[in-house]
Design a protein around this ligand. Structure first.
Ligand code: NOJ
Length: 525
């Protein structure tokens, strides 16, 4: 969206996250694919986003739905072919859309040729040295090398037949690479170049804070009260983390920056770095490192004007110190959808729309997650249909509920997602989505989709290229964000507030009686 003379395209872009399995299924097997994405590019252009980020479509046994890569430079037949990637890139670029692809450098699949070679080669071999294999503790090595837990539950170590243990911070099918081994860095430079040569505009770096572990692999110090340990990466609890955010990781991104800068066209990378506060997040976007980092502090903020104001102020200050621009994200494929987080039902949707309108007024770049533009809520996926590896490791519902395939049209599953009439896609869609389809919402000027389209159009018109000292302030439960020419005002309280003076450009909900109702935001000029 930005004025190309002042900022690169990503600086204040709106990026739409496509979860490839669940966006659009052209091949008709109940799983979304690359031709499906290509067929819907005009929809994304009309929505008004600047770019799409596509989750992993590489060769993979799909144990973690593509975040377990067996071949980084090929396409899984489930999703199409390399020629389909080329077509997608070409058509996106023709429509003025940039394309960011996912890069998964922390771990490979256990089916990757390197891991298979490591298993075959045995303890102490150079093949094992690409991963983190260690002998166990205890008299017969029967205990894991340290006390680390997997993010998906259970121990972060698995023992192989010859007695060695390997580290996996996620599923046991996702062995962690040893980034202290130079072969690993060289391999990934090749992967970057492979996709840059094909024309991608950027990378979303999976687990960007995880590549290096503290070299000693010492035990994590656990708080005396176990409830003080964060249960997921979303929780921001200051704790001992020898497995995350080690200083050595920054040299990796300095190397990648040099590679990205050697290509024309402002190629970029955005870090998925779940840091404990905003300041370490900003370290990933110093001028010689990556361009952006997801601001998960915003996603984790409770419904409160003061809390929103604090995160806005803190995030802007942290990235200003790094001389970059902030990013804002409310939903993605790993977290509960934000209308549900905000309480669900009509209140949840009203708050979700209000938070989105506020977010779109903020400086920097906004990341949207597919389906939020039609107001989808988290789905309660029945246990027999759950597929998230964390469900299998913990028995907790996991992330399937935010990954249900999109409803495009019609009044019954698969709602135009693809596949034969009357069949269900890979995660079943609920009954009752007919009113939520893109088709239904395009016909309704009061729909959430119409609201997103209007907000994105106005953002281009009013805020394009805006560079300013953004100020967030509160008056009781009312939050005010000042940008050049507009104020974005959110009522996070339970009573109506006075409508701010000026011309209302857009509101997230109805404004009856000339007041700003609870759970509503406006842009005022
Ligand atoms: C973060 C990804 O967003 C998530 O879906 C995945 O399970 C983990 N990284 C492991 O790759």
């Amino acid at each position: 969206m930005s004025d190309p003379t002042s900022h690169p395209w990503w600086y204040d872009a709106v990026v739409y996250q496509v979860y490839v399995r669940s966006f659009a299924d052209q091949q008709g097997d109940g799983i979304g694919d690359l031709p499906g994405i290509t067929s819907r590019l005009p929809y994304l252009r009309d929505l008004g986003v600047d770019a799409l980020w596509i989750t992993p479509f590489y060769t993979s046994p799909q144990k973690d739905h593509g975040y377990d890569v067996a071949d980084y430079t090929d396409v899984d037949p489930l999703f199409g072919t390399l020629a389909d990637v080329d077509r997608l890139l070409e058509q996106a670029h023709e429509l003025g859309l940039r394309v960011i692809v996912d890069l998964v450098p922390n771990h490979t699949s256990d089916q990757h040729a390197w891991f298979q070679a490591a298993l075959a080669a045995g303890p102490g071999s150079p093949e094992r040295a690409r991963y983190i294999f260690r002998p166990g503790r205890g008299p017969a090595g029967e205990l894991p090398p340290n006390n680390w837990d997997s993010v998906f539950g259970g121990p972060a170590w698995t023992r192989v037949d010859d007695g060695d243990w390997y580290l996996h911070l996620f599923d046991s099918s996702q062995p962690d690479l040893d980034w202290r081994n130079p072969e690993v860095g060289d391999m990934f430079e090749g992967v970057l170049r492979f996709w840059l040569d094909r024309g991608v505009d950027g990378f979303r770096v999976d687990v960007a804070h995880g590549l290096y572990k503290e070299a000693t692999l010492r035990d994590q110090e656990r708080p005396k009260e176990p409830e003080k340990l964060a249960e997921s990466m979303v929780e921001r609890v200051l704790q001992d983390e020898p497995m995350w955010d080690q200083p050595e990781v920054h040299d990796v991104y300095r190397r990648w920056r040099r590679v990205l800068d050697s290509y024309p066209g402002d190629r970029m990378a955005v870090a998925e770095a779940w840091t404990q506060t905003a300041d370490p997040m900003a370290m990933f976007i110093r001028p010689d490192e990556l361009h952006q980092a997801f601001n998960f502090g915003w996603l984790g903020t409770p419904w409160s004007a003061d809390a929103f104001a604090d995160v806005i102020t803190e995030s802007i200050a942290a990235v200003a110190a790094a001389a970059s621009a902030p990013t804002w994200v409310l939903s993605n494929h790993d977290v509960e959808r934000h209308p549900t987080r905000y309480g669900g039902g009509p209140v949840g949707l009203a708050r979700a729309r209000a938070a989105t309108l506020l977010m779109l007024a903020l400086p920097g770049s906004a990341y949207l997650y597919q389906g939020e533009e039609i107001g989808l809520e988290q789905v309660d996926v029945p246990p027999e249909s759950r597929q998230d590896p964390s469900w299998f490791r913990t028995g907790k519902p996991g992330r399937d509920g935010c990954r249900v395939p999109l409803p495009w049209a019609g009044d019954a599953p698969p709602y135009g997602f693809g596949g034969a009439a009357g069949t269900q896609p890979w995660i079943p869609q609920p009954e009752g989505w007919a009113a939520l389809t893109v088709e239904a919402q395009l016909a309704d000027p009061g729909s959430t989709l119409a609201f997103y389209r209007q907000a994105l159009r106005l953002r281009r018109e009013v805020l394009a290229g805006a560079d300013d000292d953004t100020a967030a302030s509160t008056d009781g439960d009312v939050l005010v964000v000042r940008r050049p020419g507009i104020r974005a005002v959110l009522n996070a309280g339970t009573y109506p507030a006075p409508l701010p003076e000026g011309e209302v450009l857009i509101s997230s909900g109805p404004l009856p009686g000339g007041v700003l109702p609870p759970d509503t935001a406006v842009w005022v000029r």
